[in-house]
Design a protein around this ligand. Structure first.
Ligand SMILES: C[S@@+](CC[C@H](N)C(=O)[O-])C[C@H]1O[C@@H](n2cnc3c(N)ncnc32)[C@H](O)[C@@H]1O
Length: 317
């Protein structure tokens, strides 16, 4: 496959990068390199600083090495294939800003062999990191009905989660479920007409839930966000674009808990440093894509951007 075949249109690009207020001599992290849309925009402002790009997907890294060869050679870009949950191990220089653009890229979603999409026939894979062992095939063919139900409910808010889980278990007892379309057929045959008539593809929420489980997306996000906040210099900015309410909630709760004063004994003359907020939230409400962006990019609909500035040392350990 030619790597340029699938295009990714970056969401909330200007807003997320502008928020970093880039200083041309400082270092920044793009924690979700993808096809380098955010990185390219960051590099426009960098002369003597550096962008560190991270992605767990080998194809994203290969694309980066090919299409950003000049910036890698002149030292302004370094790219790493890694989980952003290991961000702290990668970062060796002072960092003024970190950006996360979560979820799946269009090249991942639109490539049938990656198995992310209910629209194309492909293997039940769904791994962002191709070297990882757990695939959607394992989840679908080995998790119990209870485990599948929990995933569908918790990660997809999917209708009739137990019925679909049970239908999967019954079907795989006859024959293993090997590809995306077999799974779509089981889901469609289980859901009543009234549910199928609702907006969106009937399999969408189940596929989303499986993808989140396969890639441990919430676990990685929690780890990545905590490490980002720890490694960031004081005064540095973190900017996060999410695509699902649960992700957005995790980000907003993490920010809010660090932006609060901790309890301290009333009546003492000087407020102790350690009870003061560690973060400043830049916009109270999440930033949404403009009407213009929504008209041009369907994927942007659920996007939310949250931005915070680190004001004190942060440690989660
Ligand atoms: C929405 S895309 C980013 C697109 C990018 N901002 C651009 O403009 O091209 C999300 C990317 O994050 C990567 N990703 C998701 N979870 C990750 C994780 N835990 N660690 C590293 N990369 C991750 C995916 O592989 C995907 O390439």
């Amino acid at each position: 496959m030619i790597l340029t075949e699938f295009i990714h249109r970056s969401v909330l690009l200007n807003e997320a990068v502008e928020a970093l207020n880039i200083d041309s001599n400082s270092n920044y992290v793009d924690a979700t390199f993808g096809r380098g849309g955010y990185t390219r925009e960051m590099l426009r402002h960098i002369t003597h600083g550096q962008v560190i790009g991270i992605d767990r997907d080998r194809e994203a890294i290969d694309y980066g090495k090919k299409h950003f060869a000049k910036e890698i050679t002149d030292g302004r870009l370094k790219i790493f294939q890694a989980n952003y949950g290991q961000l702290a191990e990668i970062i060796q220089v002072p960092i003024k800003g970190i950006v996360f653009d979560l979820g799946v890229s269009s090249p991942q979603f639109d490539d049938p062999k990656r198995g992310f999409s209910y629209r194309f026939e492909g293997p039940l894979d769904m791994r962002m990191d191709q070297d990882q062992e757990l695939t959607a095939f394992e989840v679908v063919n080995s998790y119990s009905a209870q485990q599948l139900k929990r995933i569908f409910q918790q990660f997809g808010n999917a209708p009739l989660p137990y019925q679909v889980a049970q239908a999967i278990v019954t079907s795989r007892q006859k024959k293993l479920i090997r590809n995306t379309i077999d799974l779509v057929t089981i889901i469609e045959n289980t859901l009543p007409e009234a549910v199928k008539r609702k907006k969106g593809h009937p399999a969408k929420r189940y596929f989303q839930a499986l993808r989140i489980e396969v890639n441990n997306e919430y676990g990685s996000l929690k780890q990545g966000l905590e490490q980002a906040l720890e490694v960031l210099e004081i005064g540095g900015i973190v900017s996060v674009v999410t695509f699902q309410p649960l992700e957005d909630k995790l980000v907003s709760q993490t920010f809010r808990s660090l932006a609060r004063m901790k309890p301290y004994p009333k009546g003492i003359p000087i407020i102790p440093e350690e009870v003061k907020p560690e973060l400043e939230i830049i916009h109270k409400r999440a930033i949404k894509p403009s009407t213009e962006e929504l008209e041009q990019n369907r994927r942007a609909h659920s996007a939310r951007l949250r931005i915070a500035r680190k004001v004190r040392k942060i440690s989660f350990r």
